[in-house]
Design a protein around this ligand. Structure first.
Ligand SMILES: Nc1ncnc2c1ncn2[C@@H]1O[C@H](COP(=O)(O)OP(=O)(O)OP(=O)(O)O)[C@@H](O)[C@H]1O
Ligand SMILES: [Mg+2]
Length: 359
């Protein structure tokens, strides 16, 4: 009997031992399995999840759970991070594309290349896929006729918006260039200076008129008359930026002090965000010592505010307006067309720098 009991005792001991060993093996195997799961890619982990294995809730190479404050966030790492970088880049790039700019081309000195620059820069911008309106606020209407629109035939201009309160959308005309629109000038605009004398807030008119279309165009370019009168003042109040063409000629800097003082006054009183986006040297003749001297002088005064691209005196540039064409359509390979294209790229890049300052 006693003997039987002893045997039974040892048998049960053996059973316990066996069970213990089995448990131990199970533990080891579970550990091994967990380790393997941790190394597996997401799809496999999901498979484990489906099978109800809780250890699948782990950090994998592609996915991590991070707790930030009260919130539990899923952070994408590895391949996912690259995707995210790409998304961020597209977003920034889109913002760059979205920066809308109103640029007034001003210099009260006559014949320095304002209208020529307005036409050719606008046309180059449109050629680069931008949506542009050129507003001609000069009663001489050179930008209008330079784009092939007769100032005698058009019966509307920005005058109608200023005096008659006509909606700006009714004044915008198409041009031969895709993406380039114009609000032409006509003879009536000459009377606007006088008629505006007694108007309230007369210097704010253009700014208010363009407000509804400001965000719809990449660029609004304003060609100013050669005077610091009420029309130019309206352009300075409406604009974000001023572009100043300087002719490579005698007395190039004459009157510039007065222009800069006016800009400062407008900035301090009417348009605090106004800035000069640059000076562009026009009608440069490399054979003339004078041309080089003027460029040097202007660079000494205004440093890197002077665009690197200099517009050469080029007969094709002066012929193009009589055909109602910008030079890039009239003769795309001539020196003048190439210069205007390079210069336009610089102006567009200035906008990216502006964006950089803002962010
Ligand atoms: N790069 C150039 N090469 C040759 N001729 C040019 C060039 N730029 C402008 N011109 C010519 O110089 C003259 C004056 O140019 P533009 O009309 O552009 O100046 P502006 O400053 O607009 O004049 P205004 O003050 O009268 O409005 C025009 O006859 C034009 O064709
Ligand atoms: Mg002009």
């Amino acid at each position: 009997m006693v003997f039987k009991r002893i045997i039974n005792f040892f048998r049960s001991k053996k059973k316990e031992e066996k069970a213990g060993i089995k448990e131990g093996i199970d533990d080891i195997e579970r550990e091994k399995e967990k380790e393997e799961i941790e190394k597996r890619p997401v799809e496999e982990v999901n498979k484990y999840k489906e099978e109800g294995i809780e250890e699948a809730e782990i950090i994998t190479e592609d996915k991590a759970i991070r707790v930030e404050g009260e919130e539990e966030k899923e952070i994408v790492v590895g391949e996912g991070a690259e995707k995210k970088e790409e998304e961020d880049y597209t977003k920034t790039h889109k913002e760059e594309e979205e920066i809308k700019r109103v640029i007034a081309i001003t210099n009260q000195k006559g014949g320095v290349g304002k209208s020529t620059t307005a036409i050719n820069m606008s046309a180059s911008m449109a050629n680069m896929g931008k949506k542009v309106i050129l507003i001609d606020v000069d009663p001489q209407a050179n930008a209008t006729s330079g784009l092939g629109i007769s100032k005698y035939e058009v019966n509307t201009s920005i005058y109608d918006a200023i005096i008659e309160k006509v909606d700006i959308n009714e004044l915008i005309k198409e041009t031969k260039i895709e993406g380039l629109f114009i609000i032409p000038s006509n003879i009536h605009l000459a009377g606007a200076e006088v008629e505006m004398t007694n108007m309230m807030m007369r210097e704010q008119k253009l700014r208010r008129i363009i407000e509804p279309v400001r965000e719809k165009y990449d660029f609004i370019i304003i060609d100013c008359p050669p005077a610091l009168g009420i029309l130019t003042l309206n352009a300075l109040v409406a604009a974000d930026e001023i572009l100043i063409p300087i002719q490579c000629e005698y007395y190039a800097l004459e009157g510039l002090g007065q222009l800069l003082k006016t800009i400062e006054l407008v900035k301090n009183n009417l348009n605090k965000d106004l800035r000069i986006c640059g000076f562009v040297m026009t009608m440069y003749d490399s054979r003339l010592k004078l041309s080089n001297e003027v460029v040097e002088e202007v660079r000494r005064h205004f440093g890197d505010k002077v665009y690197k691209t200099i517009i050469p005196r080029n007969v094709r540039v002066s012929e193009a307006p009589s055909y109602g064409l910008p030079v890039n359509l009239y003769d795309p390979d001539c020196k003048g067309a190439i210069a205007y294209e390079n210069f336009t790229k610089e102006v567009i890049n200035y906008g990216k720098k502006r964006l950089g300052e803002r962010t």
